[in-house]
Write a protein that binds this ligand. Structure first.
Ligand SMILES: [Zn+2]
Length: 103
């Protein structure tokens, strides 16, 4: 299996496997770095791509969007109005359940 090419201190080509034996500290940090890069590539970009809406004022039907906007609904909330995507940022809307009591 051909991977990246490494060279030892004399400029001779060495494998990562050999470096693991001769320079375990260096190889470990190198492997950690490569794994991080790989994980970043594999992570689906859409996981956190949501706009979380929170009911700010129940009487006004005033909603705080996760992206810093505020929306007022004249007839019911975003669910009743069929809002699926945030009009401000375009991301799918995630509605947080109103907190019961405590305030
Ligand atoms: Zn938004």
């Amino acid at each position: 299996m051909e991977s990246e090419n490494y060279h030892d201190i004399d400029g001779n080509p060495v494998t990562l496997e050999k470096l693991c034996r001769t320079e375990p500290g260096w190889a470990c940090s190198r492997i950690r770095h490569m794994r991080k890069q790989l994980e970043a590539q594999l992570a689906p970009a859409a996981t956190a791509e949501q706009c979380t809406w929170k009911l700010e004022d129940e009487d006004l039907e005033l909603w705080d969007t996760g992206c810093g906007e505020a929306w007022v609904f004249s007839d019911g909330g975003p669910q009743d109005s069929g809002v699926k995507y945030c009009p401000a940022c375009g991301k799918p809307v995630a509605i947080t359940a109103p907190q019961q009591g405590g305030e």
